[in-house]
Design a binder for this molecule. Structure first.
Ligand SMILES: [Ca+2]
Length: 110
């Protein structure tokens, strides 16, 4: 079993919240989690609000995302919420962003 598979299994077993630290549980209740690596691996940022990712040091780096908010979010290839984008519904995640891999520069709820 690879490390990636173990992490993915853990990510989706969110009913086992008792296994999480207090900070992690808070993030899962209301944030956008973005990773540099595919399949929810590597450096991570927990974002609570709309962001131009240049300021987060994460511009053109995101390779996987989960939306743990109650809103649909849009992820754009250009700064200031412009350019091609895709949507993630509440609770939805993508471990592989396809043509959007390492392309996202801004994001906001819609
Ligand atoms: Ca990346």
């Amino acid at each position: 079993m690879s490390t990636i598979n173990n992490q993915t299994k853990g990510l989706f077993a969110l009913d086992t919240v008792e296994d999480l630290s207090h900070d992690s549980a808070a993030a899962i209740q209301g944030g956008i989690l973005v990773w540099d690596g595919a399949n929810f691996t590597g450096p991570r940022r927990d974002l609570q609000a709309s962001s131009n990712l240049i300021r987060q040091g994460f511009n053109d780096k995101i390779s996987s995302i989960t939306n743990n908010t109650q809103k649909t979010w849009a992820f754009y290839t250009n700064a200031n919420f412009t350019g091609p984008f895709f949507l993630l519904r509440p609770g939805q995640g993508r471990g592989n962003l396809g043509s959007f891999n390492n392309q996202i520069s801004s994001m906001r709820s819609v």
